[in-house]
Write a protein that binds this ligand. Sequence first.
Ligand SMILES: Nc1ncnc2c1ncn2[C@@H]1O[C@H](COP(=O)(O)OP(=O)(O)OP(=O)(O)O)[C@@H](O)[C@H]1O
Ligand SMILES: [Mg+2]
Length: 240
Amino acid sequence: MATSALSLEHVDAFYGDSHVLQDVSFELGEARMLGLLGRNGAGKSTCMNVGMGLLGARNGAIKVFGQPVTRLPPEQISASGVALVPQGRRIFRSLTVRENLVVAARKPGTAGRHAEWTIETIFEMFPRLQERASQMAAHLSGGEQQMLAIGRALMGNPRILLMDEPSEGLAPQIVAEVMATIRKLKESGLSIILVEQNPNLVFDVADDIVILNTGRVAVVSTPAALQKDDALLRQHLGVF
Ligand SMILES: Nc1ncnc2c1ncn2[C@@H]1O[C@H](COP(=O)(O)OP(=O)(O)OP(=O)(O)O)[C@@H](O)[C@H]1O
Ligand SMILES: [Mg+2]
């Protein structure tokens, strides 16, 4: 694999006494997309939280472009170029669309060779956000809220984007729009982890696949190989 953008190396993570991630290792290559799959409760969001520094790893290492960030707080991990689009969007519901974007603005880091995102370029990508710029975020549709959550992450000018179930709760047509956006972001050179429960959504866009099962890495593969292996998918993801 080319340069590693983000790696988890033998990570153990706990919520209280509950040992949620066990010896988890995987690597996102630069400008690649890694699909992270697993059933409810498999540990996908926990991996994203550990990657972002929101939850500390008890053992193991997290590296961003080869630099250890394991014990750093989220602000410093963000400054190193990582952004999270959290599960459930978590936008500021009582702020306007524009305010949600403005509060997330950050200049690109020294390493930033990617497009510098501004309110203007975000609005070019999501014209509907521009139309609703002065509305309270709470009044947006689910799809628009997801676009705002993505736009807010991009305002940090990341090199690595962690997207936690961006399709959750959206109608199929809106899911298709969100996936088209994700594809464009990948083409722009961002390195992306796309968390999903539905493998068919990621098979189209991901280069690499990791499947978690009860807090452990169960499978590291590619879409092409996995699409031929129904038995393996059923074993780790259930019936779909
Ligand atoms: N804040 C928390 N405190 C205690 N346990 C938690 C907490 N968050 C998650 N867990 C537990 O950790 C395990 C992994 O949860 P996680 O949210 O990472 O799963 P997930 O793969 O993202 O699931 P989903 O697809 O439902 O979002 C689950 O057993 C869950 O119940
Ligand atoms: Mg989750």
